[in-house]
Design a protein around this ligand. Structure first.
Ligand code: PMP
Length: 394
């Protein structure tokens, strides 16, 4: 049997379900299986669990009322619902949508799709750290702008946007602000009221809940056209019998994330910075992607000149370490990540990037193991790369 260490550092692509969450879900598969819309006791038990979970998710992001939380099948659906739903239902206010050049594809492609339906989409530039250029936002915001959609923190480079400043600018022109908090929720405190967010995409798996469930916060009074029509569940905004076991799990995950966020965040930041230091200091021509401090506690994105992320990834995999060369959604293509290109990297720099995303189970010992592997991997790959300068291979 193999005694190879197995180290998982690809939490942005998928997180384990917390065992406390899995435990909380089980009774809702076997015992409390009623439909929350039914009037009998089975239904009422289910309804109570549904509303308790909604409350916990509202509390995680400081939403003013739990009714503002609508359950969806995940972040992709929430992003689609926010952008298409607001755009289609508020055409009378304008047809211009503004987003950034470092959004997840579920935002990028939704905005692009809307341009085929009479809307106009603007992709704002970002600086080298990945911060949205606020002067561009000011310039592009017109009276015809109905919605601005900006990611709270990009999952690939970890940069956390200055949401309060962004929302002030957006609201000065009476546009709505949608924020995709998939990578950030449960990791850093998000305060909808304080930060002036009108719609918020919340992920369950991002908070160590099950996959295939998510939520969209919609501020009271905002008109949104539903994506799905049917029995009128979720205040008519998202028809379909609720996925109760997953919703209960999501609620439990949100509760745990809220209670443990501060100490866990501090622990992850210590691990993150130890990993960044260990990956960069001993190796020449190595760089950090994103901002050194205003980044997600779990995110380490680095790049090494002259070699490719995929080769490093496979070498690490052979040593039992799971990392990533970019967003899991686009990692299968050979195209460099649009996020890395948007922060100003050349194609070959983007290709040389490697991303580690840490999680609850990672330890200092695991970080040190990864750090110990990297110099020889980089050295070996540089030795066979035609791009490596001769003096580096001496
Ligand atoms: N937004 C962001 C910022 C993401 O990182 C992801 C992927 N984890 C998504 C949206 C889409 O999430 P899902 O595939 O769970 O719908």
């Amino acid at each position: 049997m193999s005694t190879l260490k197995r180290v998982y550092m690809d939490h942005a692509a998928g997180k384990p379900v917390d065992s406390r969450v899995a435990e909380a879900m089980l009774p809702y598969m076997k015992t409390f299986y009623g439909n929350p819309s039914s009037l009998h006791q089975f239904g009422q038990e289910a309804r109570k669990a549904l509303e308790d979970a909604r409350t916990k998710i509202a509390e995680l992001v400081n939403a003013e009322r739990k009714e503002s939380i609508i359950f969806t099948s995940g972040a992709t659906e929430s992003n689609n619902m926010a952008i298409k739903g607001v755009a289609n239902r508020n055409k009378d206010r304008g047809t211009r949508i503004i987003t950034s050049s470092i959004e997840h594809m579920s935002v990028v492609n939704t905005c692009k799709f809307l341009t085929t339906k009479g809307f106009e989409a603007v992709f704002l530039p970002v600086d080298n750290y990945g911060f949205v250029k606020l002067e561009s936002l000011e310039k592009e915001l017109t009276d015809k702008t109905v919605l601005v959609s900006i990611v709270y923190a990009n999952g690939e480079i970890g940069t956390i946007q200055p949401m309060k400043e962004i929302s002030k600018i957006v609201h000065s022109k009476n546009a709505y602000l949608h924020v995709d908090a998939t990578a950030a929720c449960g990791q850093v405190p998000i305060d909808i009221k304080e930060e002036g967010i009108d719609l918020l995409t919340i992920s369950s798996n991002g908070t160590y809940g099950p996959k295939g469930i998510g939520a969209l916060y919609i501020k009271e009074g905002i008109r949104v056209e539903p994506l799905l029509h049917g029995g009128g569940q979720e205040r008519g905004l998202r028809s379909g019998t609720e996925n109760l076991p997953s919703i209960v799990g999501f609620g439990k995950a949100a509760e745990i994330a809220k209670n443990e966020m501060q100490p866990e965040g501090e622990r992850l930041i210590r691990l993150r910075d130890r990993l960044i230091d260990g990956l960069l200091k001993p190796i020449p021509y190595s760089f950090l992607n994103g901002h050194p401090t205003r980044r997600l506690p779990d995110n380490v994105s680095v790049r090494y000149s002259f070699i490719e992320g995929e080769s490093m990834l496979l070498s690490l995999d052979m040593m039992g370490v799971a990392a990533s060369s970019g967003s899991a959604c686009t990692a299968k293509t050979l195209e460099p990540s649009h996020v890395l290109l948007a922060i100003g990297l050349k194609h070959e720099e983007a290709h040389g990037s490697l991303m580690f995303t840490l999680g609850r189970q990672n330890t200092e010992e695991e970080v040190d193991y990864v750090v110990s592997l990297m110099p020889s991997i980089v050295k070996r790959l540089r030795a066979i790369s035609p791009l490596t300068p001769k003096e580096l291979n001496k």
